[in-house]
Design a protein around this ligand. Structure first.
Ligand code: PSU
Ligand code: MN
Length: 305
């Protein structure tokens, strides 16, 4: 096994057979500004506890995979400037050389699977960027969903992406994209998009049963659960569209590329919406955490074979 440290809470949960939900850390270091990032990390963990599961925020610290962080570690990570953004490609180098960094959706899935955690909550996964036909910018999160058996609860893909292309790639990769409780594909800050989700499920129990069935079929890879942001917290897509377009144009003009694209766009949209995007982002992550906890509890009741 790679160097791995479980927090005392996660250790106790494992010993007691309690449901555990994984959380990523790039959203803390690269997705939100200080100090709202720490508030978000703490409230999401509390939501999971309140829903009857145990949170395991995952990060790389001093060359170790941490499954669950103490509050002091969470604080430290939230204040780290220039933390590494670690995806599948970066994990081994970071661990082998004793580095500290945050895990993306892809890297968090890998670490969760190694730790035997089956459910993971985040805000929005990475996907196919607009203009990908020129930039080739397609998030490693998509391939990870095809390879690693973790159910990921997100509010769809971030609306800064090309959603139709993201859906096409997920279909090619054989990843089930399952809208929770509605037919439309959620678009992160907005409840609906003009795209129909390929699949729909209405209960955590059905999502857990489908997770188990994939294992029985011998299918690698996970499921993407697209959970719409609560109605009172959403920003209508029409209001966001021009701001997203502006942020993307600025990124292009400034030559922002590779790992920097997503954090740059999220930061600009935060400024352009005068903070409203961050409030919505916080609400949707918490909503995803609560659903993930219910799925983890349902999985604990669903036998393996
Ligand atoms: N969801 C959010 N905020 C974020 C991210 C997701 O609400 O910052 C992060 C995730 O870690 C995701 C990453 O894996 O953005 C995608 O980055 P890229 O597009 O470079 O693959
Ligand atoms: Mn990218």
């Amino acid at each position: 096994m790679p160097p791995m440290i479980h927090s005392p809470d996660v250790q106790a949960a494992r010993a007691g057979g309690q449901p555990i939900v994984a959380l990523e850390s790039t959203i803390i270091t690269h997705g939100m500004p200080w100090p709202q990032n720490l508030e978000m990390a703490r409230s999401v963990e509390q939501d999971i506890r309140d829903s009857g599961a145990v949170p395991a925020t995952i990060a790389i610290m001093a060359g170790h995979i941490h499954i669950g962080l103490t509050d002091a570690q969470l604080q430290q990570l939230a204040q780290t400037q220039n933390a590494m953004k670690l995806s599948r490609a970066d994990l081994a180098v970071a661990l082998a050389t004793g580095r500290t960094g945050a895990t993306t959706v892809a890297a968090t899935m890998i670490c969760a699977a190694l730790a035997g955690i089956e459910v993971f909550a985040t805000g929005g996964i990475g996907g196919v960027h607009r203009g990908a036909e020129h930039s080739f910018d397609i998030s490693a999160d998509l391939q990870e969903l095809a390879a690693t058996q973790v159910t990921v609860v997100a509010a769809g893909a971030k609306a800064i992406l090309d959603l139709p292309k993201t859906l096409e790639v997920l279909e090619t990769l054989g990843v089930p994209v399952i809208a929770y409780g509605q037919d439309s594909l959620p678009a992160f800050w907005s409840r609906t998009s003009d795209l129909r989700a390929p699949l729909r499920l209405d209960t955590p129990e059905d999502i857990a049963a489908s997770h188990r069935m994939r294992a029985r079929l011998g299918l690698p890879g996970g499921q993407l659960i697209a959970n719409p942001i609560p109605a009172r917290d959403e920003i209508p897509a029409a209001k966001l569209a021009p701001l997203i377009a502006q942020a993307i144009a600025e990124a292009e003009a400034q030559g922002i590329a590779a790992k920097d694209v997503t954090p740059f766009l999220l930061g600009r949209i935060y400024t352009l919406t005068e903070g409203a995007s961050l409030t919505a982002n916080l609400a949707l992550v918490r909503n995803n955490a609560r659903l993930a906890a219910r799925i983890a509890a349902a999985l604990a009741q669903t036998p393996l074979a």
